[in-house]
Structures are given as C-alpha cells and as structure tokens.
Design a protein around this ligand. Structure first.
Ligand SMILES: [Zn+2]
Length: 403
C-alpha cells in the first residue's frame, strides 16, 4: 500500500473560515478534555487507597476503567448529548481528535518521553476528515462534509490509480492561510531502490550547507538571512505594542505570516537541493546524526535554522521517488579519519577547516574529507547478493547486484 500526501492551498470564504476556526477551537477543547480525564485517571492510581498522600489525593472509584481510545470514543457520544459544540463538528473529525491524543499517548509509552500536553489557545491547527467515499476534488473545488465547497488551487492533479483517503485541513499564520493536505492511496507495493551505480557521501554542516564527496558545495541560501533580519524588525514592532491590543494583533499577524513564508522558502530550498543531488548520483549516503540532540549543544540555534532534520527526511523521499538508493551511515568520527588511507588523524577543532593526513599527506578541506569518509562507509555497508566482493570501479561506481 502506497500513501502519498499532497498539499494544496485552499481559499475558504469568510464564513467558512470562521466555521473552521470554530471547529479548531472545539477540537482543542475536546483534546484537552480527554487529556484531563487521562491525567486524572493516572493520578488517581498514583496514591494508595488506604493512606492519604500529602501531595495529591484523587477520589475516583476503582471501577472506572482506563480512559482508552475506545472508552473515550464511547464517552464522546455521551458528551455530545449535553455539549452542542461537540455535536456541531463532523463526527469523524471529533473521533479523530480522540485518536490523535491516544497516538501521542502510545508514542509516549514506547519512547518514554513526550507526554501529551494541553494545547493552548490557537495551538490546535489542523483537523482531519479520515474517510471519503468518492473523490472530493473537482474543478478547483473541494467538497468538505458540513463545510461545503471550498475553492482549491489544484496545482497538480491526483495521479491515475490513486484514491483520496483522507483530507487534513491545516490553518497557518493565525488562521489566514489554509491548506488541504490530501492523503492519496494506491494498492501497489513499490520496493526500495537497490544500491547500484555511482555513490556520493554528503557532509551536512554549518559553513556550507552541505559538501559532497565530489567536493560539490551547496551554500546556505542567502535570502534566509534577509528574511531573518526582516523577522527581527517585525518582532521588535510587536514588543512595542500593548499586549492584546488591535495593533498588537496586526503586528503579530505579520510575524506569523513571515514565519510561514520562511518555512515555505526553506522547504523549497531543501527540495531543490535534494533534486540537485539526485541528478549527480545513484546512491546517496548521509550521516545518522540526531540533529535535535546536536542542536541542544553548542551549535544551538544555527543547526535548527538550517532545518537539517527536515532536509534529510525530504532527501530520502526525493531519492525514493527518483529511484535512487538512500542510506544513513554511522556518524561517529567522520571528521577524524583520512578517507585516502583510513588513518585516525585525531580530533579536529571546530575552527580547523583543513584535513591534512600525517601518513599519506592527503590534503583537502575538512568537510570534503568527511563527505568522502561517509561515502566509504556507505559503500562498505552494501553487501553483494552472491556473497562475493564488491565490484568498484574508479570514481566510486558500483557494478553487479546488491541487496
Ligand atoms: Zn591518509
């Protein structure tokens, strides 16, 4: 089964916008309501029935079952009898809100972190229609249950053989920009591209956005800096206004719209860079760095600005789509090994931009050297089908069959 998400811009009318914002607010309340029940239940099981805790004391009958997804879904039908707001929203949408909470809860249980949080006002920004009997999109209109026909910019058609599975309505920039994220499904199995042909290793960094093992550089896009400084100006303007005043709202909206623009521009940059790399090779190797963890360290905000995690994710997707092999390799010590002879050259300081091998005398820039190490590791990880040797011709081109 193949699922793909297509994002289309939609242009709801004033009244449709107001209705959708109302729905988002209702969904938010419902989400918090379910979360509160879940938390109460957990807290009630934390202290013994026979001794009073000094910290907390919850009185709840031990017969009350755990508020699981099914249990809360059942309660939802009860709540709807007394709460007309819940009833106004499409029933499958409200059910999905409960599901969303339990997805987060399940993820928390398996990972051990990321306990679901209460959503603040305005922080609930999307709702999902999980089912469609027939294709809701026709002639620049999308037909949404209870909301009606909304104008859609169908900038690319839904490919043949695909069915619309669900539609998520997303609000951006304080409810002034709207999208429909359409999940389409096709009943086929597409295998992952097998390793073959020419490979490149990619070192993602700060000085250059990335460097490949061919010493091809992609610099960080210049317009980001311009947008960032514009953002600073706008944020300063917000801070000068009286909080929650009309003018404050207006200034806040400008900031939100610019944030949205920056996110879009960045994504676009990541996509075009991914395609650029796919033009150059048949196999692409990157490091398995956890960018979020690194961003917590000394490299901090700069790392997050680059959005490297998103880039790697999009790159893997573009590779898959274009039939290129994509793999992550061990990131440890990539800057400490000579790609030419494999000698450990010791730790480089951050400001040391040159790799110079004391053994073989190989000299190149630091990031190019790590790009080559990444390529070497990627090629090492590939195992031939017949169990024989890897056949590598010059310039890192792989021939033969591999798993
Ligand atoms: Zn060397």
């Amino acid at each position: 089964m193949l699922n793909i998400n297509y994002r289309y811009r939609i242009y709801p009318t004033e009244s449709q916008q107001a209705l959708m914002l109302e729905w988002l607010e209702t969904c938010r309340r419902l989400y918090n309501h379910c979360l509160r029940d879940l938390k109460d239940w957990i807290n009630s099981r934390k202290c013994s029935l026979y001794s009073c805790s000094l910290v907390r004391e919850h009185i709840m009958s031990p017969d009350i079952p755990f508020p699981s997804y099914l249990e809360q879904k059942r309660q939802l039908t009860q709540w709807k009898k007394t709460n007309s707001d819940y009833k106004d929203v499409h029933s499958q949408v409200t059910q999905d809100v409960v599901k969303r909470l339990h997805n987060t809860w399940e993820a928390f249980k398996t990972r051990g972190f990321g306990f679901p949080r209460y959503k603040k006002y305005g922080r609930y920004q999307s709702f999902l229609f999980p089912q469609f009997k027939e294709n809701p999109i026709s002639d620049n209109q999308i037909k949404l249950p209870k909301i009606g026909e909304v104008t859609i910019n169908c900038h690319r058609p839904i490919p043949e053989g695909f069915k619309v599975k669900g539609v998520r309505i997303v609000s951006r920039a304080r409810g002034t920009i709207w999208y429909a994220v359409v999940t389409i499904q096709c009943d086929v199995n597409v295998p992952d591209p097998l390793p073959m042909g020419r490979g490149i290793g990619i070192d993602i960094g700060l000085e250059s956005f990335l460097v490949t093992s061919d010493n091809f550089r992609v610099e960080p896009a210049r317009f980001f800096r311009e947008l960032q400084s514009r953002l600073k100006v706008l944020q300063r303007r917000v801070s000068r206004k009286n909080k929650r005043s009309k003018n404050w709202e207006k200034a806040q909206l400008k900031v939100a719209r610019l944030h949205h623009k920056i996110a879009n521009t960045r994504k676009n940059f990541h996509y075009s860079t991914s395609h650029l790399l796919c033009d150059q090779a048949d196999m692409i190797f990157v490091e398995d760095i956890n960018f979020k963890m690194t961003a917590k360290g000394f490299l901090g905000k700069q790392m997050l600005d680059g959005g490297f995690g998103q880039f790697r994710h999009l790159l893997s997707w573009v590779c898959w789509k274009r039939g290129k092999h994509f793999a992550k390799v061990d990131h440890r010590h990539t800057s400490q090994i000579c790609p030419e002879c494999g000698t450990h050259t010791g730790k480089k300081k951050l400001n040391q931009r040159v790799h110079l091998c004391p053994e073989c005398g190989y000299q190149t820039s630091r990031d190019h050297a790590s790009g080559r190490v990444i390529l070497n590791r990627g090629l090492e990880s590939i195992v031939p089908v017949d169990g024989g040797e890897r056949k590598l011709s010059g310039n890192g081109v792989l021939s033969g069959e591999y798993a």
